[in-house]
Design a protein around this ligand. Structure first.
Ligand code: PEP
Length: 248
């Protein structure tokens, strides 16, 4: 039985003042839940997340990481720096990073490896665009994104990571994948991993992300291969995020 994880992705939202109330509320609320929970905040708010959440059930993390350990990479943040703020998680390969910042499968694989090497748990995001789904190549796209990481770090590395299936057409659009649509891709991912290592596949947490709300979380999380959610918009409203945690 895999423990469910609900991870918030604040994207580029927040302020010191607004975060304080949000973090305090989700920290209190999460204390009563069985599921694991976390928030991935913008870099400047890591110290605040650390200070409010330290010692609580809720973990925290970042939304991106450099593939390099240090050096002349202006504007980048190394995995070891995230560790200094006691991050547990870091998102890698979010579709916004892939689409808006040109992160290739190879770059994502390098970031995944850097995160693991530093002792972080990468949350590897994969997912197809609407055009790719309509072209019937969802499985091909997700497999390609996953295989790049397996080629770089080995399948056993997935045992120290989390996967998030996030159909691009469902992110921030209000158009959620149906539980069966999501389940089909989650099962495909697990089968793919099982082809190399059945034990890793059995233990792999695969989150669903894309317009998860309190009203649809329960039926998504009831699917056998959906092990929680990666939550964007709804993670910015404490009561919505907590209701999603309750559903998990
Ligand atoms: C996300 O940002 O990863 C996401 C799933 O966003 P939303 O929940 O708003 O669709």
């Amino acid at each position: 039985m895999r423990t469910k994880l609900v991870a918030g992705n604040w994207k580029m939202h927040g302020s010191l003042q607004a975060n304080q109330a949000l973090l305090a509320r989700v920290k209190d609320g999460a204390a009563g839940f069985k599921c694991l929970s976390a928030v991935c905040v913008p870099f400047p708010y890591l110290a605040q997340a650390q200070s409010v959440l330290a010692g609580s059930k809720m973990a925290w993390g970042a939304q991106n990481v450099s593939e390099h350990a240090q050096g002349a990479y202006t504007g980048e943040v190394a995995a070891a720096m995230l560790v200094e703020f006691s991050c547990r998680y870091v998102l890698v390969g979010h579709s916004e990073r892939r689409a808006l910042y040109g992160e290739s499968d190879a770059a994502v694989a390098a970031k995944f490896a850097a995160a693991l090497q530093a002792g972080l748990t990468p949350i590897l995001c994969v997912g197809e665009t609407l055009a790719e789904r309509e072209a019937g190549i969802t499985g091909e796209v997700v497999t390609r994104q996953l295989d790049a990481v397996i080629a770089g770090s080995g399948v056993a590395a997935l045992g120290r990571a989390v996967l998030a299936y996030e159909p691009v057409w469902a992110i921030g659009t209000g158009q959620t994948a149906s539980p069966q649509q999501a389940q089909d891709v989650h099962a495909l991912i697990r089968r793919r991993v099982a082809g190399s290592d059945a034990g890793v596949a059995r233990g792999l947490q695969i989150l669903y992300g894309g317009s998860v709300k309190p009203g649809n979380a329960r039926e998504l999380f009831a699917m056998p291969d959906i092990d929680g959610g990666l939550i964007g918009g709804a993670s910015l409203a404490a009561e919505d995020f907590l209701a999603i945690c309750a559903a998990a």
